[in-house]
Ligand binder design. Structure first.
Ligand code: ADP
Ligand code: G6P
Length: 763
């Protein structure tokens, strides 16, 4: 995970979560020890902080413990104390009695109590103060999950120098359910204190953006929400986007390869009586996990004789969770009663078809269980992601085993080769279990191979790089305005700019108002084989920075990349307007300059669009995902098929044609670029976004530079006072042409020099 190393750009990383990654346990003899905290949050985040090191602020898991900061490995842990009352009102009450059920499709009824809410605010304030007290100047603070949604705004108030990121590990509810929350506006405002808000799924991000618009009236432009300024604060942008979480797949596979773990898995099977089929469920004992539905299906299958109690064992590991909350207590009673009944009815002396284990296990033991299981049953009624499903896949290096997965788990978006089920449909669930039990080895292999590729391609490093990349970009975007720093002094210019362009640039430089806009890849940044390696030419960056700080000059970058993809390149874009995803995303346009009747610059995906997009994405993954050299890139509004690395040119053309066919068949909009086809649910393009940007800014001529077919929409929209410059070969509507990004940079440098008197250095 080396690429993660510089993800914070040298800034201190501060993690904030309700629980520290370790719980303090008091043993029977009074001695104390530390054990890994329960849940997916820690599983996902721990490998990142092992790499990066951090300060971690959180609760030690026991009431009334006051502990000094301490260290474990590369982590410094700063405990926050919770009293008995805090645990009851803030943790068990508002967090797990109100928010948890509300955010999980109200599977259980959420309770709304004002005393719970009051305590939630107070405890969130305590967390914010603790962070403010410990965080270094300019640190990146990463706040986790539903227990701490007010912390971002509280922290911004206390420490405006910090970059604040938030990640919601559970689903964000649809706006009509969130509307039930009496304090809905306050929660949204709390979250909007962050610079970046990460969600598990596209649907969560969309729901949040719609909710924010509805309850706080902040406009969402694509993935970006613009928070208007106040007397104390400038207007700001907040990126609210999906970043599906994952696991350290290689680390799990490594444990699975250890001989003693494999031996332990054989031993587990032997202890179970070497049945033909071992089925496994692994969950926190939570009503969202669909354990009742799973047991009901199992019970009926045994009763119907569809599966034979002598041949099959279901091992249900249910780790203790939130045991003092009513709904959890009831669930435990019910599950334990059902387990006893199943064994009473279908078991025999010496053989129980259901093994129920109510405790936590070590990582090694979990992996041994995964290896021992022929079938893993993951049947939540709603789950943000579900890492258990990914762990099982990561461990099955033998390419055997069947994953039965609920379509209501976030993981179902990615793990399409699982047997997908609707756990409410007991008949369907039973049919899937029978199918899993009898699945031929060859089919298991095919499915598992594809699942494994997905989990490896999208592991935790991939997640952290995308998310922290966006956070780092946010940190860099705010640097100058917070520290008053200026661009370094610049030396000599050695640009060669063709004469005809030179004349036109001189005229533009003298105009009272000017908009300078440019494409990114192939124009400001030379094309490279791997898109994430593209970098803006330093001189182009300097020129744009100088232009941006000149009076009455606006700088915009219009790219087909998503804003997150642009952030991966480390682009420093302080004060620039940046449009991503061909106009579907926008950031950096100060809302105070948007004129009342400017056309809206994109809005979040509608539910219908989102569904359509998900379907198309799955289709593309199935049809083109396995083609050597093809890279599929998820965009907020579509999917891009890249063939730059397909070795054979003819085959690359065929694949691009296939992508167009598939896109058109699904009634999507198709954009052609160099060795890329973009399929999108929205018909935005760079031409239309530039028109909107112009409408929002004072009237001004435009200089636009671009190299790709998609830039032609802009060239076609330019008027006689504007200047379009095509970079490289190919037919164009632009009036001028330069051969390469270096010369394009020279044009920008010349413009900057003429307009400001600052000389842009050559490098
Ligand atoms: P959640 O975050 O809702 O608990 P996930 O499936 O995303 O659900 O993550 C659960 C994590 O907890 C996984 O890493 C899983 O291996 C771990 N886990 C679940 N049950 C146990 C258990 N009994 N012992 C040890 N680890 C467990
Ligand atoms: C889920 C939540 C986490 C939580 C974990 C364990 O993974 O997303 O925020 O920490 O469950 O729950 P607990 O209430 O025991 O902390």
């Amino acid at each position: 995970m080396t690429e993660m190393q510089d993800m914070t750009g040298g800034r201190e990383l501060v993690m904030v979560s309700n629980r520290l990654p370790v719980d303090r346990v008091v043993e029977a003899d009074g001695s104390t020890s530390w054990r890994t905290s329960p849940g997916g949050l820690v599983t996902a985040v721990a490998p990142i902080v092992e790499q990066l090191g951090c300060l971690w602020v959180g609760w030690v898991g026991a009431a009334d413990e006051t502990l000094d900061p301490f260290e474990i490995g590369s982590m410094r842990l700063a405990p926050v104390e919770l009293s008995e009352d805090d645990v009851e009102l803030y943790y068990e009450g508002f967090s797990n009695g109100t928010l948890w059920p509300l955010y999980h499709d109200v599977i259980a009824r959420p309770d709304f109590h004002r005393v719970w809410w009051d305590r939630y605010q107070r405890v969130n304030q305590r967390f914010a103060e603790r962070v403010a007290q410990h965080a270094a100047q300019g640190a990146i603070v990463w706040v986790h999950d539903y227990q701490l949604q007010l912390v971002p705004a509280m922290l911004r108030e206390l420490r405006p120098d910090l970059t604040i990121a938030f990640f919601l590990h559970i689903p964000f509810p649809p706006s009509r359910l969130f509307a039930q929350l009496p304090w809905r506006k306050r929660v949204v405002e709390g979250l909007l204190g962050a610079d970046v808000i990460g969600f598990q799924q596209v649907t969560d991000a969309v729901a949040f953006r719609m909710t924010a618009e509805r309850f706080t009236r902040v406009p969402a432009l694509g993935n970006t929400i613009v928070v208007p300024g106040t007397a104390e604060q400038h207007s700001r942008t907040v990126l609210a986007q999906e970043f599906p979480i994952s696991i350290d797949a290689a680390a799990f596979a490594e444990v699975a390869a250890r001989p003693e773990v494999q031996e332990r898995s054989r031993q587990i099977r032997a202890e179970l009586g070497n049945p033909k089929t071992v089925m496994l469920g692994v969950d926190r004992l939570d009503y969202t996990k669909g354990i009742r539905h799973r047991l009901k299906a199992f019970d009926e299958l045994l009763g119907d004789g569809e599966i034979d109690a002598d041949d099959v064992v279901l091992v249900q590991v249910a780790s203790p969770s939130r045991e003092r909350v009513d709904a959890y207590r009831q669930l435990r009673d019910e599950v334990e009663l059902t387990a006893g009944r199943i064994n009473g009815e279908h078991g025999s002396i010496g053989h129980a078809p259901l093994v129920y284990l109510h405790r936590g296990y070590t990582r090694d033991e979990m992996v041994a269980l995964y290896l021992a299981a022929d079938v893993l049953l993951v049947t939540p009624l709603r789950d943000g992601m579900n890492l258990v499903a990914k762990e099982y896949v990561a461990c099955r290096t033998d390419e055997q085993g069947v994953l039965v997965l609920s379509e209501f788990a976030g993981a179902a978006d990615e793990l399409r080769d699982a047997l997908l089920v609707n756990p409410h449909d007991i008949e369907g669930l039973k049919a899937a279990v029978v199918r899993a039990v009898h699945m031929p080895r060859e089919e298991q292999r095919r499915r598992m191979r594809s699942l494994r590729r997905t989990v490896y391609d999208n592991d935790v490093a991939h997640w952290a790089t995308g998310y922290l990349g966006a956070v780092r970009a946010a940190a860099e975007a705010q640097r100058p305005s917070r520290t008053g720093e200026r661009t370094e002094p610049i030396q000599v210019s050695t640009a060669f700019v063709p004469r005809s362009i030179d004349d036109r640039v001189r005229r533009l430089a003298a105009l009272p108002q000017l908009i300078v806009a440019s494409d990114f890849d192939g124009t400001l940044a030379p094309i490279v084989p791997r898109p994430q390696d593209a970098r803006i030419l330093p001189r182009a960056r300097q020129a744009l920075e100088v232009l941006r700080s000149a009076p009455d000059t606006y700088v915009a970058v219009l790219t087909g990349r998503s804003l997150a993809g642009l952030a991966e390149t480390g682009l420093q874009s302080e004060g620039w307007i940046v449009s991503g995803s061909h106009g579907s995303e926008l950031t950096g346009l100060d809302v105070s300059v948007v004129s009342g009747d400017a056309p809206p610059l994109g809005s979040p995906l509608t539910g219908e669009e989102d569904e359509r997009l998900q379907r198309v994405v799955r289709r593309f993954e199935r049809v083109l995902g396995g083609e050597p050299g093809v890279r599929l890139e998820r965009k907020p509004f579509g999917i891009a098929v890249h063939t730059r690395q397909v070795p054979d040119a003819e085959q690359a053309d065929e694949l691009l044609a296939a992508a167009v066919e598939l896109g058109l068949a699904a009634e999507m909009h198709v954009r052609e670029g160099k060795q890329v086809r973009e399929i999108s649910v929205r018909d935005s393009n760079k031409g239309s976004v530039l028109r909107s940007i112009r409408a929002a800014l004072p009237a001004a001529p435009v200089l636009f530079l671009g190299d790709d077919v998609t830039d032609e929409d802009v060239f076609a929209s330019l008027g006689p006072d504007d200047l379009g410059i095509k970079v490289g070969d190919g037919a164009t509507a632009a009036v001028e042409r330069v051969p390469d990004p270096e010369t394009a940079t020279a044009v920008l440098a010349l413009l900057a020099e003429l307009r400001t008197g600052v000389v842009i250095g050559s490098e």
